[in-house]
Design a protein around this ligand. Structure first.
Ligand SMILES: [Zn+2]
Length: 74
């Protein structure tokens, strides 16, 4: 990820700055330790985590600041 650009929410049509990172994994296509990430603004965090949660994909919701600090394993 290019940290010079301010990250934008992953919700469709949303251009808000992202504040949350949603870490998820689809067991059908990903190995268990693999993490895909979606970014979410304050407004869409609930919507996106519900979407992933319903499918059993959601692993973690982390503040973007926190995520950046622990992203060395990507
Ligand atoms: Zn959004």
């Amino acid at each position: 990820m290019n940290t010079d650009e301010s990250p934008i929410c992953s919700a469709k049509g949303c251009r808000n700055a992202a504040v949350w990172v949603l870490a998820w994994n689809n067991p059908k296509i990903h190995t268990p330790e693999r993490r895909k990430t979606w970014l979410a603004c304050e407004e869409h965090r609930e919507h996106l985590s519900k979407f992933l949660g319903l499918r059993g994909f959601l692993k973690d919701v982390v503040a973007l600041e926190e995520w950046g600090r622990s992203a060395s394993d990507r």
